[in-house]
Write a protein that binds this ligand. Structure first.
Ligand SMILES: NC(=O)c1ccc[n+]([C@@H]2O[C@H](COP(=O)([O-])OP(=O)(O)OC[C@H]3O[C@@H](n4cnc5c(N)ncnc54)[C@H](OP(=O)(O)O)[C@@H]3O)[C@@H](O)[C@H]2O)c1
Length: 278
């Protein structure tokens, strides 16, 4: 067995931060994505054994999303392949309160693997690196929300917890609900960004149908726009309007606040017209 830690989704939001931390600890990493040295594709199970060969510990983020109904069959097959390959420890990036994701989590709980499940809230960096950065730069953030508050989590906290679960004892069999330190309305979050950046920025709540149209307009195929809009509306319907304690339980410290995220993103130039690569 190799001492390499497998990171699936190694170029993504969480994966790239986890790889950076593991390498800084002097640990060997096997990054996996569709064009990695050993290519990995969720849609091509024939690619899985080579990536899993001799690996004991893995971080797994599923793309496009564990909420997609077809994820269950793929994760079921992947967990079997991992068991056959001799994987021992698996840290899964999931999400909060989503029925299809919960069914995928159950596959892990029913397996022979030592598992840890991460359930993050909405990533704060969606505003600075993800799909909502363009909205910030355009001056209006629009989402389908009932007005419920969201405890935006900083991706640096998610990565810290993932690395702890991958490298330390004491995290097996734990489900960590990862949120930031404060529950904020979307209008309040957007006001924080406006204040820190000095931008003229507003927030608008919209219907699910309007959000579907926005997704279509930025290039989402029809079916993905419909699914994505419904999923976002569900996430923001009030079911997740509470703080979690996963960062505290995993790391023994408080999570970062949204205000701290805003200050750091601004200092890194994330909202400059030409962003500095975070
Ligand atoms: N955004 C949020 O606020 C939020 C909140 C909670 C949970 N989540 C969960 O986060 C997960 C996504 O994680 P992330 O944000 O870290 O990743 P991400 O930024 O979406 O990146 C996806 C990663 O997976 C790879 N990938 C894409 N398609 C693939 C395929 N068919 N086979 C193999 N690899 C593939 C990508 O690389 P290549 O394209 O180069 O292959 C990339 O490394 C989702 O399941 C979502 O539910 C997100």
């Amino acid at each position: 067995m190799s001492s390499e830690i497998l990171v699936i989704g190694a170029t993504g939001n969480t994966g790239k931060r986890i790889v950076k931390r593991l390498e800084a600890l002097g640990l060997a990493v096997r990054p996996a994505f569709r064009e990695s040295d050993i290519p990995f594709d969720w849609q091509q199970p024939a690619t899985w054994p080579a990536v899993l060969r001799d690996i004991q510990t893995a971080y797994v983020t599923y793309s496009p999303d564990l909420a997609v109904p077809s994820a269950h069959g793929v994760i079921a097959a992947f967990v079997k392949a991992a068991e056959v390959a001799g994987l021992r420890r698996l840290v899964l990036l999931s999400q909060r309160n989503q029925v299809n994701a919960q069914a995928c989590e159950q596959l892990l709980k029913d397996s022979s693997l030592a598992w840890t499940i991460l359930q993050p809230s909405w990533f704060a960096q969606n505003f600075s690196e993800g799909g909502f950065r363009d909205s910030v730069l355009a001056g209006e953030v629009t989402v389908p929300t009932s007005g419920a508050a969201e405890p935006f989590v900083d991706l640096e906290d998610v990565a810290d917890v993932a690395v702890a679960a991958l490298t330390e004892d004491g995290h097996t069999g734990r489900v960590y609900e990862l949120t930031g330190s404060d529950l904020l309305g979307w209008d309040e979050a957007v006001a924080h960004i406006a204040q820190v950046t000095g931008r003229n920025l507003s927030f608008r709540a919209c219907s699910t149908q309007d959000f579907q149209q926005i997704l279509r307009s930025v290039g989402f195929p029809e079916a993905d726009a419909a699914f994505g809009a419904t999923l976002v509306a569900q996430i923001l319907d009030g079911r997740n309007a509470r703080l979690g304690d996963g960062v505290q339980r995993a790391l023994g410290r408080e999570p970062k606040s949204f205000a701290q995220f805003c200050r750091e993103a601004q200092a890194q130039g994330c909202w400059a017209a030409e962003p500095v690569n975070a």
